[in-house]
Design a protein. Structure first.
Ligand code: URA
Length: 228
């Protein structure tokens, strides 16, 4: 039997407190803090990025830098806020200099992400870029091959529509990629409605110029944001 949302939320908070002291890989020596995730612990929609960067490591919240601002803008364009989704990363600690995650680090950290999926039980998981896509698809196929095609995946007792899309950081300086990302975001509401992302698409949203984006909103108390 699946526990109710309040029980799962409490369990996620309890685990996050445990994970704050993680020393499973050498990133624990260089990080400021573990960045577990933030958002609604009972969200239907989850985003999985790569790893915390400089600002995330300092603030303890994922996607608070430039890529996070773009993520928030794209969410806003489909009528959602970051408080309504859950945002996490493959790695919970910042790799020095924002280098790519190493296989051993992914191996050491992946259990936390799979535990989050079991507790949150989302309907749709958008993987942002290569590392999250390869981990959650269980396939070596890269993001350019699989982007924009939803796939059904089961993790333990949770079956989701996995929707691989470009990482917002990649779209920040490449307008063509930004348009593809925007098009993929427009399919999320129909994926959430359970019709495979092929339903009526939202009317093309008026694009918000990246330069005009607001600074990221503070993550409020009602949020499950593990800041240790
Ligand atoms: N910030 C994150 O939290 N994750 C990323 O993948 C990139 C920026």
């Amino acid at each position: 039997m699946v526990a109710d949302a309040a029980t799962r939320r409490a369990e996620l908070e309890r685990r996050a407190a445990e994970w704050a002291g993680c020393t499973r890989c050498p990133l624990s020596e260089s990080r400021t803090q573990v960045v577990v995730g933030s958002g609604d612990a009972d969200a239907d929609l989850m985003f999985v990025g790569e790893a915390p960067g400089f600002h995330e490591d300092k603030q303890g919240v994922p996607f608070v830098g430039q890529a996070g601002k773009l993520l928030e803008t794209l969410l806003e364009e489909i009528g959602l806020t970051r408080e309504q989704v859950f945002i996490a990363n493959v790695l919970k600690c910042r790799p020095p200099g924002n280098r790519d995650p190493l296989p051993g680090e992914i191996e050491a950290c992946q259990g936390y992400l799979f535990a989050q999926i079991q507790l949150i039980r989302p309907m749709v998981i958008c993987t942002l870029g290569n590392f999250a896509t390869k981990l959650l698809s269980g396939s070596p196929q890269g993001i350019t091959r699989v982007r924009g095609t939803p796939q059904t995946q089961t993790y333990g007792s949770v079956t989701v529509q996995l929707f691989p899309i470009y990482h917002p950081a990649a779209a920040l300086y490449t307008p063509a990629m930004l348009e593809m990302l925007r098009g993929d975001f427009a399919r999320i509401p129909s994926l959430l409605a359970g019709n495979g992302g092929h339903g009526q698409e939202l009317e093309a949203p008026a694009p918000v110029p990246v330069a005009a984006m607001e600074p990221p909103v503070a993550v409020g108390d009602a949020q499950l944001s593990f800041q240790f």
